[in-house]
Design a protein around this ligand. Structure first.
Ligand SMILES: *[C@@H]1O[C@H](CO)[C@@H](O)[C@H](O)[C@H]1NC(C)=O
Length: 376
């Protein structure tokens, strides 16, 4: 046995106890490994796992992109080959239109189902992100008035989303093509559908979704003329708080809320603004980008100034005629809708209406219209 009192750090001019100390610490380490680590493991690993799990979960609610891709991956996937077959090799005659990130084709799947296929051009900057955003926004969104994603195609250099095909095209076509006409009730119904879709996105979703690019060409009509909101390519999912800053503005001139255009601040009220502008367009048949309008005199300003002179001043001439036996009823209906449109497109976001109230208000207007038409 050594006398430990006689050894110590060499600086105290005593012989160092090197070996024993070494051995001692070796023993301690060994003990630690043998008994300590498993104990630590048993205690710490579950804690770490719980924390990681919680993190993933909380991330899932604010930024569910990863989850979403997974859930889309578990959807019935479709191959590039099948999509090519469905569109006759992406033939030009099957092209329905194009957006900022690629083309949309009409296709017929092998089971006979008609679909719209949105192919993302991955050469375009932002297309990849747009695909993720759209997948993300579409995840879990199931609503009568929102275009449904059926499946997707994911490979390294080809990405596509497959949607329900809307056989009646879009509202843009129905408002501005010469051979198309919507009567007043059809227009009210379409705008109730769009309002219901927005209400769902804004209020009924755990994570509010802002569409950000609402315009007539993104409002699609099925065979029964039921409207479905589509194209979520630049949608935003709100995490915490109710506004978000977006540096790159891709939304469409004319429909874009002033604060979104100038400062990039996005909130659900941006959609309400666009909705108000579309309401005006739907009943006046004037586009916000019409030559009539400029920086100072927007479509909203024009409507606000003309409305006191009567709905006939602003309404689509095909919709409201003096000789119509229901002229007064229809004029009152259009005036009420224009007042609603003004309240949706107020300059200050906080003063704009909530979509929930818009739905209620429009349904009331429709009921009044139907009752009066029946009883006159
Ligand atoms: C529009 O806003 C005005 C002023 O706030 C209000 O008096 C009116 O009731 C609103 N109308 C509709 C249809 O929301």
């Amino acid at each position: 046995m050594k006398n430990y009192a006689l050894c110590g750090p060499p600086r105290f001019l005593v012989p160092p106890c090197k070996n024993d100390i070494h051995e001692n610490s070796k023993m301690t380490l060994l003990h630690a490994f043998r008994y300590g680590l498993p104990t630590i493991g048993i205690v710490i690993v579950p804690i770490v796992l719980t924390i990681m799990y919680r993190r993933c979960q909380s991330r899932g609610t604010t930024l569910p992109i990863k989850d979403d891709l997974l859930s889309l991956k578990t959807l019935r996937r479709i191959s590039h080959y099948e999509l090519s077959q469905a569109t006759n090799g992406f033939e030009e005659s099957n092209m329905l239109g194009f957006g900022s990130f690629g083309y949309v084709y009409k296709g017929r799947l092998s089971d006979g189902m008609e679909v719209a296929i949105k192919v993302f051009n991955l050469q375009i900057e932002g297309a990849f992100q747009s695909f993720d955003i759209e997948c993300d926004a579409m995840r879990n969104i199931v609503h009568r008035n929102i275009v449904k994603v059926i499946t997707c195609c994911l490979s390294v250099d080809f990405k596509a989303l497959v949607f329900d095909y809307m056989s009646n095209g879009n509202l843009e076509k129905w408002l501005h093509s010469n051979n198309c006409f919507l009567d007043i009730i059809q227009r009210v119904d379409i705008m109730i559908d769009v309002a219901a879709a927005l209400e769902h996105l804004h209020n009924e979703h755990p994570t509010p979704v802002i569409h950000c690019d609402l315009k007539p060409s993104n409002i699609l009509l099925d065979e029964d003329m039921v409207a479905h909101v589509g194209d979520f390519g630049i949608a935003k999912l709100l995490g915490e708080g109710d506004v978000m800053k977006q540096t790159m503005t891709l939304a469409t001139i004319g429909y874009i809320a002033p604060e979104f255009g100038s400062t990039g601040v996005v909130s659900i009220k941006c959609d309400v603004y666009s909705y108000g502008i579309i309401l005006i367009e739907t009943f006046t048949k004037k586009k916000p980008t019409d030559n009539l309008f400029a920086e100072e005199v927007t479509i909203r300003h024009w409507m606000e100034c003309s409305l006191p002179k009567g709905a006939i001043e602003i309404a689509d001439a095909d919709l409201l005629r003096k000789e119509d036996e229901y002229f007064v009823v229809k004029a009152n209906c259009i005036s009420a809708i224009m007042e609603l449109a003004l309240n949706c497109s107020v300059e200050l976001p906080e003063d704009r209406k909530d979509m929930k109230d818009v739905v209620v208000e429009l349904k009331k207007i429709k009921r009044r219209l139907l009752n009066n038409i029946k009883h006159v």
